[in-house]
Every structure is written in structure tokens, then in C-alpha cells.
Design a protein around this ligand. Structure first.
Ligand SMILES: O=C(O)CCC(=O)C(=O)O
Ligand SMILES: [Fe+2]
Length: 206
């Protein structure tokens, strides 16, 4: 028996409304960095960053045993169309993280993936495991886990949030446009910084 190298987590901020905005910005088969998307549509980028802060960041902090940095340019919004898709072959995400090899990917889907649209499948021993990930959920996996795009057709919009431990001394990560969750007594706030300058985000209107 192998333990599964991934975890499925709820991510309620991946809403149909936001999906529609992404579908309007990208062509089927297209992609865009999450950082660029946040510049283009701050109104929609901010709720997604807060969604990460509320639903996902603590998993990274627990795993790392310290605060996490989420790199906005290290994530990509992807629109897989039924006809046009960009299938990633077997790989690991280790090269994204550099440094000491610690890191974490949260792959978020806006569509039901794994059966009617391409999800992400994993190598588990000598088997391929293709988890079903409902719309509004995330797959969490580590930097050394082999995975690829599932080669089935169907519409799917997804985005990744990639994190490293805050103490990881890699200039590229330290200087990248990044989100960090500040845990305060009664909640959390989100700090966005780039090149050492920090700005705190106001939570989106409920
Ligand atoms: O979205 C995909 O099909 C590929 C995703 C992937 O490899 C990743 O998020 O690391
Ligand atoms: Fe990947």
C-alpha cells in the first residue's frame, strides 16, 4: 500500500463568478501568470488571495513549521478547452522552488476535474492515480511528487498557488511579488510585498 502523495481540500473562493471572469480573459488553451491576472483584475485577484489565506495557508505553515510565502508569479491560470489544451507531461514542481527543495503546490480547480475534464494525475509506485477534484477544491502536493495533466478532454479552469518557507534564502523568492498571512489575535491579514515593500490588503466585501 502507498499513501497518496496529495490531499484534496475545499477552496470555496473558486466561484462560478470568478470562473467567468477568467474565461473572459483567456482563450481556451490559454494561460496567464497569477501575478499578471491580479494586475489585470485586482477585484478578482484579491478574493482569491484571501481565499488562499483562509483555506490553504495554514496547511503550508503546518507543513513548514513556519510562515509561508506564496509567490504570485509562480502560479498560472490555465484554461483547458475541449479542443485546445496544454497537457503537461510527467514532471515534478521541484524546479519552481529551488533553494533547499522545500515547497508546496496548491492546485485549485473551478470545474469538476478528474472525470469530465482533465485533472492532475499522480505517479504512486507503479500506478497512475487520477483523483476526482470537484469545482471549488484544491489539490495539495509536495515538490518531489511526479504528476501530469490527465489526458482527457473537457473544459477546465485552474490556478496554482505555490509556497516556500519564509526563511528560505533564495533571492528570486525573497524578491518576488508575494503574499504572506499575518496571524493576529482575532484573525489574519494579508501582506503583499515585492522588493521589500509591503502593503496590507483590505478583506473583500462579504
Ligand atoms: O494544470 C495542469 O494540468 C498541470 C498543473 C501542474 O503541473 C501543476 O500545477 O503543478
Ligand atoms: Fe506541476
Amino acid at each position: 500500500m502507498h499513501t497518496m502523495p496529495f490531499t484534496v481540500l475545499p477552496f470555496p473562493s473558486a466561484t462560478p463568478d470568478i470562473r467567468q471572469v477568467v474565461a473572459g480573459l483567456l482563450q481556451p488553451g490559454g494561460k496567464m501568470s497569477f501575478a499578471r491576472f491580479c494586475h489585470a483584475r485586482r477585484d478578482v485577484g484579491i478574493p482569491l488571495i484571501f481565499g488562499y489565506a483562509q483555506a490553504l495557508a495554514h496547511h503550508a505553515e503546518t507543513l513548514f513549521g513556519e510562515p509561508a510565502i506564496m509567490g504570485l508569479p509562480a502560479g498560472t491560470l490555465r484554461y483547458h478547452g475541449s479542443e485546445q489544451a496544454d497537457f503537461a507531461p510527467w514532471h515534478t514542481d521541484a524546479w519552481f522552488f529551488r533553494g533547499d527543495g522545500r515547497g508546496l503546490t496548491f492546485w485549485v480547480t473551478f470545474d469538476d476535474a478528474g472525470e469530465t475534464a482533465p485533472g492532475v494525475e499522480f505517479q504512486v509506485g507503479d500506478r497512475t492515480v487520477s483523483p476526482r477534484v470537484p469545482a471549488g477544491h484544491a489539490l495539495m502536493f509536495g515538490p518531489h511528487v511526479r504528476h501530469r495533466t490527465q489526458t482527457i478532454h473537457g473544459d477546465r479552469i485552474s490556478v496554482e498557488f505555490r509556497c516556500v518557507p519564509a526563511s528560505m534564502r533564495v533571492a528570486e523568492w525573497q524578491n518576488m511579488l508575494q503574499a504572506r498571512v499575518d496571524r493576529t489575535g482575532d484573525g489574519c491579514r494579508v501582506a503583499i510585498s515585492a522588493q521589500g515593500r509591503t502593503q496590507y490588503l483590505d478583506p473583500p466585501e462579504a
